[in-house]
Design a protein around this ligand. Structure first.
Ligand code: FAD
Length: 518
């Protein structure tokens, strides 16, 4: 017999051998010897109270042995001589669009401006150490897209947009541990992601797809509202029938190109702010009600915060426990911060974006003359401001959290994980009031929700500007641009995803849409 049950295990019990069998026997009121196996289906930690609880969903096998569950099967076909679908961009959206094309019997031809994942590393080193941004190869551009050198958090709120489980299983097929299928807040880690990305590349090539690196798309050839060819940076032209455009929200040249060609775009609301960095032990002691030395069984603690400031959302975004702040600029002359962490999340810092909603309809009157690109230009200006305030390199402007809120320049800063370094700057007066003013109130509110969060031991670092796309590339019910036949806007750059998993799911959907009638 098989039963699925929920179990609650405290921290002391968690360290005991066979605890799940014992708890299951107790729960089911049977002898422990009758249980042949217990399989964990889901695990989460409830640390709301002082007594920390591990919540398990388990499958209990009673007087019967588990059969090896069939692994999720992906039916990849040989597509070497199949009809081609061109995919611009090899981030999560582009990768999963390519994999889905292969399952559906179509040949993906991928064009990616950046380099292969290993070669990309050299360019990341150059950003961190020489403050030199390669505009085709950086934390956002290159094999695996913006998701490769990240935290690899796989949570998504877009559960209705596609098959989350399929994406997770595909990660496992390509080398992720099965733990991601169990954890309530799964993550992979930046040390493991590159290998998974390489394995995805291998699958695509093995089944006959093509991937062209260092191939930046610079133009679309359109005749009578139909996409006929794409032009590359070296002026080579490729005839195309169907193109999935998965260039991410940092590919500003693509938005400019579409705008110049009068291909419809829409301005979209987004969010911007700063990253706040605490010593991890402070967050651990708040979240786990301890003195800073968390129990060895507990992962680096995370948090999620939201406050309403004058009817405006101020919230934590992309919180990264045990990680690093990284320079995520895609051009010289700008400073943008983001995060990444190793699989063990064992760095000494906890950082998180803290951002303010920007309402595109009413917040940017001075930018109206930029039309649909007003949000993008506003975002760009803030990144330039951070560049100048940091000292005109990848050094980022920063302030102690308490100094920022109380409105004074920091005489010194806390140590940081941000490799290019920090420069003390009066962010309280430099940031537009729309953002800075709301953040200051928001941080105070967060300090009340999490006692100890509001501390001079935290820095704020500017700027967290690329939370989501400030532009939407419209598409109709067939996921095709309403004006241009054969163009399928996809992923985060189109405005249809916000994270690795939702981008991957959108990639799959676009592949399914692109083959219709082809
Ligand atoms: C440092 C960092 C950490 C992050 N951490 C997480 C996390 O932990 N969890 C999470 O869910 N999300 C995270 N994100 C966000 C996540 O990475 C993105 O939401 C996701 O990658 C979007 O996928 P995408 O495929 O739509 O676009 P992208 O990943 O941006 O990929 C777009 C690709 O298109 C290529 N490209 C752009 N222009 C052109 C062109 N003209 N020609 C050819 N190729 C082009 C780019 O080089 C890039 O590889 C993080 C982002 C960053 C930058």
């Amino acid at each position: 017999m098989i039963k699925e049950i929920q179990l609650r295990v405290n921290l002391i019990e968690e360290k005991q051998e066979h605890i799940l069998q014992r708890k299951a026997a107790q729960f089911l009121q049977i002898d422990r010897k009758e249980i042949s196996a217990v399989k964990v289906l889901r695990k989460s930690i409830d640390a709301r109270k002082k007594k920390i609880i591990f919540n398990y969903k388990v499958r209990v096998y009673i007087q019967e042995l588990p059969t090896k569950s069939p692994s999720y099967s992906f039916q990849y076909k040989d597509v070497s001589s199949a009809k081609e679908i061109h995919i611009v961009g090899f981030g999560p959206a582009g990768m999963w669009a390519a994999l889905r094309c292969i399952e559906l019997g179509y040949k993906p031809v991928v064009l990616e401006r950046g380099k292969k994942v290993k070669e990309r590393r050299r360019d990341l080193r150059a950003i961190n150490q020489e403050h030199e941004v390669n505009e085709d190869s950086n934390y956002c551009f290159g094999e695996g897209g913006a998701g490769t050198y990240s935290d690899g958090k796989l949570y998504t709120r877009s559960l209705k947009r596609g098959d989350v489980r399929r994406v997770f299983e595909s990660f496992v097929y390509h080398g992720a541990t099965e733990q991601i299928l169990i954890d309530a807040h799964p993550h992979i880690g930046t040390n493991k992601l590159p290998k998974i990305v390489e394995n995805i590349r291998e699958t695509i090539l093995k089944y006959g797809g093509e991937i062209h690196f260092e191939s930046r798309v610079i133009d679309f050839v359109i005749t009578k509202q139909k996409l006929k060819a794409i032009r590359l940076h070296n002026d080579n032209e490729m005839p195309v029938e169907r193109v999935i455009l998965a260039t991410g929200h940092s590919a500003r040249d693509i938005y400019y190109l579409l705008h110049k060609k009068k291909i419809g775009l829409q301005a979209k609301s987004f969010a911007m702010g700063v990253r706040v960095e605490h010593p991890q032990h402070i967050i651990d002691s708040i979240q786990y009600h301890c003195d800073g030395n968390r129990d060895e069984l507990l992962p680096a603690a995370a948090y999620s915060l939201v406050a309403q400031v004058k009817e405006r959302g101020v919230y934590s975004f992309c919180m990264c426990p045990g990680g690093f702040i990284v320079p995520a600029a895609t051009a010289n002359g700008e400073v943008v911060v983001n995060e990444m962490s190793p699989s063990k999340r064992n760095n000494l810092f906890a950082n998180s974006g803290i951002v303010v909603e920007i309402d595109i309809e009413r917040d940017l009157p001075k930018y109206e003359h930029f039309g649909v690109l007003k949000g993008l230009e506003y975002q760009k200006n803030l990144e330039k401001l951070a560049f100048t305030a940091g000292g005109r390199s990848q050094v980022a402007p920063a302030q102690r959290l308490t100094d920022f809120v109380e409105g004074r320049l920091s005489t010194d800063l806390n140590v940081t994980s941000y490799q290019p370094g920090l420069n003390s700057a009066p962010l309280h007066s430099l940031l537009p009031k729309l953002i800075g003013g709301k953040l200051r109130v928001g941080f105070k509110a967060f300090g009340q929700k999490m006692r100890g969060y509001y501390t001079k031991e935290a820095n704020i670092v500017g700027v967290e500007s690329r939370t989501s796309s400030p532009v939407n590339i419209p598409r109709n019910e067939n996921l095709e641009h309403p004006q241009i036949e054969g163009l399928f806007p996809c992923g985060e750059g189109g405005g249809y995803a916000g994270g690795i998993v939702s981008a991957a799911m959108d990639g799959e959907r676009c592949a399914e849409a692109a083959i219709v009638g082809y």
